[in-house]
Design a protein around this ligand. Structure first.
Ligand code: IMP
Ligand code: MG
Length: 180
């Protein structure tokens, strides 16, 4: 991994390599393949952050599934969450009666996941589960457990593998953390 990456005015250092990430995605894919065998879930990929994780995960799934995208934003700028969640791009498919599997780049405070969970629970779906690339367990204060977590990360700001800092860094192949 490249040693230091500068995005806007901030510097980031290596945290999790692409090969470690891919190993964890393989592990999640096997668990998900077992649990969804014979089902036909609606997989909901959250934009923009989950596009790389989503692609890497779904190509390893061996059951029939439909794939849709939603765009939510809770981070309006910088490294701090604003608290409120906006749906900038909604779902075009009726989720009623479906098994929903949400793919997230990162669950931090859980505000975004709770908003998505509420959205689907109000639409008579059959089940709701989440698979997330990263989980900041120290920042999460909700009782709803996460179903599939690829990487538990510290409560620090990270970029790469889809995650951005003010829209930069999503293309980095690996995860970098904010340099102290
Ligand atoms: P939550 O609603 O607080 O759980 O935050 C979820 C969203 O915040 C994620 O989908 C990301 O877009 C963003 N986010 C949270 N932590 C980070 C981070 O460390 N780096 C980049 N984006 C983050
Ligand atoms: Mg996101």
């Amino acid at each position: 991994m490249e040693s230091i990456i500068k995005l806007h005015q901030l510097e980031f250092e290596p945290y999790i390599s692409a090969s470690e990430i891919e190993q964890q995605i393989e592990r999640l894919a096997s668990e998900i393949n077992c649990q969804y065998a014979g089902l036909s879930p609606l997989i909901v990929i959250t934009l923009n952050g989950a596009f790389i994780f989503g692609a890497e995960l779904v190509k390893r799934l061996n059951f029939q599934c439909e794939i849709a995208f939603v765009k939510c934003s809770s981070y309006h700028d910088g490294t701090q969450s604003s608290g409120a969640v906006e749906f900038e791009l909604g779902l075009k498919i009726d989720p009623a009666g479906r098994d929903i599997l949400i793919l997230e780049d990162i669950v931090d405070s859980g505000t975004t996941y709770m908003a998505l969970h509420r959205y689907f629970s109000e639409r008579s779906v059959k089940s709701i589960r989440i698979a997330t690339l990263c989980f900041k367990s120290e920042a999460y204060h909700h009782s709803t457990p996460l179903d599939y977590v690829a990487l538990e990360v510290e409560n620090i700001f990270i970029v790469g593998y889809g995650l951005d800092y003010n829209q930069l860094g999503r293309n980095i192949n690996g995860i970098y953390k904010l340099k102290k």
